[in-house]
Write a protein that binds this ligand. Sequence first.
Ligand code: MG
Length: 449
Amino acid sequence: MSDPEKNKRLFGTNGIRGIPNEELTPEFCLLVGKAIGTFFNGKIVVGSDNRLSGDMIINAVNSGILSTGSETVMIGVLPTPGIQYYCKKHNLPGVMITASHNPPQFNGIKCIDSDGTELERSKEEKIEGIYYSNKYRTARWDSIGRSILDNSGFDLYLNGIMNMIDVKKIRERKFRVAVDTGNGAAYLTTPELLSRLGATAVTLNANPDGLFTSRESEPKPANLKYLIDLVKSGGFDFGIAHDGDADRAVFIDSSGNFIDGDKTLTLFVKHYIRKGERVVTPISSSDALEEVCSKAGANVVRTRVGAPIVSRTMIQEKARLGGEENGGIIYGDHQYCRDGAMSLGIVMDILSKEKKNLKELIESLPQFFITRKTIPARSDFSILSEMLKKEYPGWEVSTMDGIKLRNGNDWILARPSGTEPIIRLFTHSQKRERSEELSSKVEQLVMSV
Ligand code: MG
């Protein structure tokens, strides 16, 4: 988003992102709103997370939309999946003002289609076309759009989740849960969902704070020290943490172990998959999914990395389950987008039917280890690709996304970032030491260039 005029592209992999009053000026947001209103030409849902610049951006985008004659339904602060669910249930397109897990200085604009999914690229291109050609619709004074407020999204969202799970059984278990909403958009929804499910919830960072004072928004182990300590202190069935817009959820078992998102997905698949079904996941998640699926007579469909790609593929493949290793899980019976609170509901649904606790259930899955690292990109990515092929001759090569080399259950995935000069490195093996060894070796190779 740093220089849209040069790139002729507004939307990145997760909408428009930037710093308010630098890239995301009110003037720019107004024009984006005009392009969105011109494109959808009808009623549009508008919601946001709780970032400090939300009001400024919403007002500018809303004003732009209304000027085209389109109308808006303002549904307030909700997790991104709450807004997507509202769009799906009302069959309306939407705009979400959020920067997901990015640092507090960022914000963003993301479009949602009327089925609740992230807007597909071809439609984003049409909005970009309107923006770059200045071909906005301008309504006459007597047909300028109106804005209405609707606060029903909160209950609609929670009821939608509760309809997908065995609420009676879950209530009987009287779960004790530690929840860290990270000062983000789930500060009301997730504690309230836990309460409606009969759980005792101890909350951390459940005050909305657009500065994200207590922890960084990305739900990774380094940022969840307090939650891990709290869960370890005893008496909890598990802990859960979200990113800023709560489309993701990660879990901590009762001993304080952080559970990788692809392990949670594998657990869901093991319990919910039916024979002949397909599970969709990017090439960055573990081989455990193939093992669990093959036992159940199901298949895994691998995609490039990115939640919108996973959800689109799920729709094409008619898959009910999909997700990523970062804690973004998609349950198609509910909606085709990542949903952190739905993941929580599913974990509680599984635990209410099992005698084992979360730690034991995760340990009963096929065990693989992934080491994740971000390393500086010191040369052209094709040079690294060639070096890796030379270093690991005979390993099966895939270039679906970056480069992936595989030898049995050992694999290396290196992906260049689209926005920064860095490489995201994933190494996978049955043994932790082996995945760490592969990771260090590739890092040394990159640094030697
Ligand atoms: Mg997010």
